[in-house]
Design a protein around this ligand. Structure first.
Ligand code: FAD
Length: 358
């Protein structure tokens, strides 16, 4: 079949990968730079997501941990394993026991794809390793292994793989409308395909709306921002925000430290950028755990992306906690949501659903 993919973020690229493996022809339309939107504004973790365990989403965590192994093995040049410390204080919202249970479950779910066992460091040993960590009330920390990537470079590597397999990338071209017979309308004209994959990330629901195609799912758009600061840390940290106890990451990244992330409701017509309030929130996170003050000049850059969270008409079902959904309307498959780490699995599901178009 000849298939169109709208959107060259990681979900579009990995859908293309799976469809090419099945012998289809793939044409990708991208309005701006491939890998230039949400997929290069992530926290850069290849992970199962420890926090999903708090919601009992074991299947999701397991899928993420297996997917992590796939990326680490396939593209070691853009990925690595990273040690992350979870400091425990007298006033931490999550107790040592809760964290221990979470880490045991995390490693159990990884099975043979486990990256290494977690361990406990008491306060004295931890401060020897990280002297500028806040010592007041410190009990110690759990340290565990997870995956880290350069998201843009890894996504571009995946893109080069699918171009090598024969994908055609048409960019920059804005897709105005699609229809359920497989027609794609751009400023350059109309083209008919055997099927269309709507992989527009945060813009997926808007494309359907513009095309007058109704869907059961929608998207809640939540911005997440990060700071890149001129600090060097040997390992990563998963800490609780002093404002609301949300988990935040402080991670070594490309010679800097990455701090994130926030959760702010976002409209599609607003600029996707880190606000002053978010800079202040993330600085407070950092300064609550490390002795050095973050001067404004220490912030090298900021970036923001919009999480496309699946919202369903059937609100009472577990749909709100689902990371992704793929909905079919005639010859359109729309991807709602999805994590970077599990984009390969999402792509494989897209390819299976596309069988129905044969
Ligand atoms: C703050 C934040 C942190 C995250 N951290 C992690 C993490 O650490 N690990 C993890 O696994 N996941 C993480 N995620 C989730 C992950 O980044 C996203 O789920 C994933 O990148 C979404 O990819 P996508 O391809 O669906 O969307 P995008 O990357 O946004 O791609 C969609 C593409 O479609 C294009 N497009 C849109 N409309 C049109 C149109 N009309 N015509 C042509 N092209 C169009 C856009 O330009 C864009 O390039 C994070 C997300 C956020 C927001």
């Amino acid at each position: 079949m000849r298939l169109a993919i709208i959107g060259a973020g990681i979900n579009g690229i990995m859908s293309g990968w799976a469809l090419l493996e099945e012998g289809h022809d793939v044409v990708m339309f991208e309005q701006a730079d491939p890998m230039g939107a949400t997929s290069s504004a992530s926290t850069k973790l290849l992970h199962g997501g420890l926090r999903y365990l708090e919601h009992g989403d074991f299947a999701l965590v397991r899928e993420g941990l297996r997917a992590r192994a796939w990326w680490l093995e396939r593209a070691p040049q853009h990925t690595r394993s990273i040690e992350i410390a979870i400091p425990v204080y007298r006033d931490s919202a999550r107790s040592r026991l809760t964290l221990k249970a979470g880490l045991v479950a995390y490693e159990f779910l990884a099975g043979r794809y486990r990256l290494g066992g977690h361990y406990w460091l008491n306060g004295t040993d931890l401060l020897q390793r990280v002297p500028h960590l806040r010592s007041n009330g410190l009990r110690g920390a759990y340290l565990f292994q997870d995956g880290q990537m350069n998201d843009r470079a890894l996504g571009n590597w995946a893109l080069s793989q699918i171009v090598g397999m024969g994908a055609e990338v048409v960019s920059p071209v804005y897709v105005e409308r699609i229809d359920t017979d497989g027609v794609v309308v751009t400023s350059q004209g109309k083209q008919k395909f055997d099927g269309v994959i709507n992989a527009c990330g945060p813009w997926a629901a808007a494309l359907l709306q513009r095309s007058n195609v109704s869907s059961r799912h929608g998207l809640d758009l939540i911005r997440g921002s990060h700071l890149l600061v001129a600090r060097r840390h040997e390992c990563g940290f998963l800490v609780e925000s002093p404002d609301d106890a949300r988990p935040c990451f402080v991670l070594p990244y490309e010679g800097y430290t990455l701090i994130g992330t926030t959760e702010v409701r976002q409209a599609l017509d607003e600029p996707i950028e880190c606000s002053e309030q978010e800079i202040a929130y993330l600085s407070r996170v950092y300064e609550a755990f490390f002795d050095d003050k973050l001067e404004p000049a220490g912030v090298v850059s900021t970036f923001a992306g919009v999480r496309p969270l699946v919202a369903s008409a059937e609100r009472e079902v577990s749909a709100m906690t689902r990371e992704s959904a793929i909905e079919c309307q005639g010859r359109i498959l729309t991807i709602f949501g999805g994590k970077w780490t599990t984009s390969r699995e999402l792509g494989l599901r897209v390819a299976i659903m596309a069988h129905d178009w044969n």
